[in-house]
Ligand binder design. Structure first.
Ligand code: 48H
Length: 259
């Protein structure tokens, strides 16, 4: 015998419990694409409390789309150990090139992150930052659907010790911090420089250099890092996204340990 209202109560109670339990955390990650998911996995593996907000109904960012909707991704040798750790199948294509199913990679990484303890809230957008004492202290969130409907709905606030901008090409958190606080980001112009045109080799290399703190307690990883610092885009090679997420996690782990 199934009671319809019990089903509703089960969903509402468990969702709100998870949301309330995560009002304060060690790290908030904006964006559940490959870089944000990877960062969340490694931070949780270190034992930290990690919350991810994803604007879309379904996590994954650009991953399911592969290259021009051909749902395969290419990764290079140095990122293969990460896919091996998660249990993603890869096919050797030629020296330094491996191919993986973009859907399998997303499914496995998402599952691994959640099993490690990452709390992912989808359909919620980060629309602003919580800034006081000259540093970022959390994010301001709202239902994505409210924005799409153009409803005037005031947001809610979530606090964390660190925030990661993993919002991809748009670098939305960096943009809002720069625009609203008038603060200088740690870039040559003090602002978001904007990504450069395609060059896979250069874009993947510079991405790791660009993965760093861009405002006190705000880190950037993935495509957003190249957008912030003016690095090249790299097309559907995803190794750098994973390595960038891992690097952001390592840097924040050090900071949290030294607190
Ligand atoms: C909550 C948000 C918000 C917001 C956006 O685009 P992504 O896949 O980003 P990365 O950096 O993990 O991976 C980049 C890769 O997918 C890619 O685009 C590549 C390699 N491009 C190369 C090229 O040449 O084009 O994921 C970002 C995620 C998405 O799911 C967004 O929906 C989400 O962030 N997001 N979530 N609040 N304000 N803005």
């Amino acid at each position: 015998m199934l009671d319809d209202v019990v089903i509703s109560r089960a969903i509402i109670e468990s969702y709100y419990k998870e949301l309330l339990d995560n009002l304060e955390s060690d790290v908030i990650i904006s964006g559940a694409g490959p870089a944000g998911l990877c960062a969340s996995y490694f931070l949780c593996k270190e034992g930290f409390k990690v919350v991810v907000f994803e604007r879309a109904l379904r996590p994954g960012g650009g991953m399911p789309g592969g290259g021009m909707m051909f749902n395969k991704i290419v990764i290079q040798e140095e990122s293969k150990p990460l896919l091996d750790e998660w249990g993603v199948n890869t096919t050797h294509y030629k020296e330094n090139y491996y191919v993986a199913s973009s859907l399998e990679t997303l499914g496995v990484l998402l599952s691994q992150a959640i099993k490690k303890g990452v709390h992912i809230f989808n359909s919620i957008s980060v629309e602003d930052a919580l800034i006081y004492n000259d540093k970022i202290n959390g994010v301001v969130i709202n239902w994505t659907a409210a924005g799409i409907a153009n409803f005037h709905v005031d947001p809610l606030t979530m606090r964390s010790s660190f925030v990661v901008d993993a919002t991809g090409h748009a670098a939305e958190v960096a943009q809002v911090v720069s625009r609203k606080s008038g603060a200088r980001l740690f870039t040559s112009t003090g602002q978001v420089i904007g990504e450069k045109s395609m060059w896979a080799e250069k874009g993947e290399k510079i991405l790791l250099e660009n993965t760093k703190e861009i405002f006190p307690h705000l880190y950037v990883c993935g495509m957003a890092a190249n957008a912030v610092f003016g690095g090249q885009r790299m097309g559907p090679i995803f190794g750098g996204m994973f390595l960038s997420g891992q690097k952001a996690a390592q840097m924040i782990t050090q900071r949290l340990r030294n607190k």
